[in-house]
Write a protein that binds this ligand. Structure first.
Ligand code: FAD
Length: 374
């Protein structure tokens, strides 16, 4: 009988398990893949996300420091640099492996097995894997958004609340990467049917991808090939596709002794697609709450803490995303074509301001900014 079983050893699962193990809980992570494993990702770890880690990341994980952004919208290109770190581009498989090792160091058991099903009965959880049955007091489902375990708590996936991303890691000499994108993220709005495209400069390769809402992006592969072509990349790349939840919608994140963390709970910034930050944040809260709160209060306490710590931020991000889909021309002409607006916006990634602060700053300026775009 474990105190806690965690399904999935990504950032949300490892963070949950580490936090719980540090509090002395008997914890088991069940992960279906052998680590290090590939995870489709742009690899942008925002300063906000990095601030949630209480241990350093080595040089082979941190590939590049990002201090600015270049945004494209139609024929306009705008670039803004800050004098400080906004985001670190990481090697995602090494990062996830490191987090898993940290959970192990803290005392969590790890076993490579796929969780197939679970049942809550008589005050405990019975977890069925492809190799056996385990018992625990609590279960945290941190198995991402493509796995079906979360649907036992959330019901069926809603297509209008799901995004799709395609990504290719494209090898390039560091010298050429430096020349093209020294320390900046390259963001292309107006592609992928209201989503965006990205070119991120890693070490020895670019992460190139597109993302948009599944309900709008009917031909994602064609959109990706077009994006590659338009940006001077060969179309003969290995392209990986992955779903991404649209965060900020009202859903439950816990029921009884079962909690959802990270992508499984839909904790992703709907506007940017940033999810590592919320996977780490929700995992940390899950591990803490299970250790601290009486069993019958865990589900409520977990949801309240998530709401308090980042719920508002995700709701504002969803509002931004909806504005972009509703009034794309106006919205993007303000965000992607006005230097002072972009300058302010990128401070969100550095956790210097929240979406709410940004909105408060922007609203009184909208009329003048609109005039400037004409
Ligand atoms: C193309 C793409 C680019 C992205 N770029 C960024 C970015 O640049 N920055 C950012 O912050 N976010 C980005 N995201 C979002 C980010 O990747 C996710 O939000 C983050 O990975 C969520 O972490 P997680 O631990 O919840 O889930 P995951 O990272 O998906 O981990 C889930 C784990 O559970 C395991 N698993 C699944 N099913 C089972 C099962 N039944 N039993 C046991 N184990 C199971 C999986 O093998 C996996 O290891 C991107 C997403 C996509 C798709």
């Amino acid at each position: 009988m474990y105190d806690l079983i965690v399904a999935g050893g990504g950032p949300a699962g490892s963070m949950t398990a580490r936090e719980a193990a540090l509090q002395g809980l008997d914890t088991l992570i069940l992960e279906k893949e052998t680590f290090p494993r590939y995870k489709p990702c742009g690899g942008a770890l925002s300063s906000k996300a990095a601030s949630l880690l209480d241990f350093p990341l080595s040089d082979d994980i941190c590939e590049r420091t990002i201090t600015g952004a270049r945004v494209h919208f139609r024929d306009r290109v705008l670039e803004k640099h800050k004098g400080y770190n906004l985001t670190t581009l990481i090697d995602r498989s090494r990062f996830d492996y490191h987090l898993l090792q940290k959970a192990k160091e803290a005392g969590a058991d790890i076993s490579m097995q796929k969780v197939m099903d679970f049942q809550e009965k008589d005050g405990h959880i019975s977890v069925k894997t492809n190799a056996g049955i385990y018992q625990s007091q609590f279960l945290v489902i941190a198995s991402g958004c493509q796995d079906k375990l979360k649907n036992r708590i959330l019901g069926p996936d809603r297509k209008d609340c799901m995004g799709i991303c395609l990504v290719a890691d494209i090898e390039e000499e560091d010298r050429k990467i430096e020349e093209r994108l020294a320390g900046i993220l390259d963001i292309h709005f107006g592609v992928a049917e209201g989503g965006y495209g990205w070119i991120f400069p890693h070490r020895g390769y670019y992460s190139v991808g597109i993302g948009g809402l599944s309900s709008r992006l009917h031909h994602p592969r064609q959109a990706m090939l077009q994006f590659l072509r338009e940006n001077g990349f060969s179309q003969r790349q290995k392209i990986h596709g992955h779903l991404i939840p649209q965060g900020g919608n009202k859903t439950r994140a816990a029921l009884g002794r079962v909690l959802l963390a990270g992508d499984a709970a839909g904790f992703v910034d709907a506007f940017t697609g940033e999810g590592i930050c919320y996977a780490l944040a929700s995992g940390k809260i899950a591990g803490q709450v299970i250790g601290e709160v009486p069993a019958n209060e865990v589900a409520l306490a977990y949801q309240e803490r998530c709401k308090k710590d980042f719920g508002e931020e995700l709701r504002y991000a969803l509002f931004f995303c909806k504005m972009m889909h509703r009034y794309p021309e106006i919205f993007l002409r303000i965000l992607a074509c006005q230097e002072e607006v972009l300058d302010m916006y990128i401070e969100i990634a550095a956790a210097k301001i929240s979406y709410k602060d940004f909105m408060r700053w922007l609203l009184p300026r909208i009329p003048i900014n609109l005039l400037r775009t004409l």
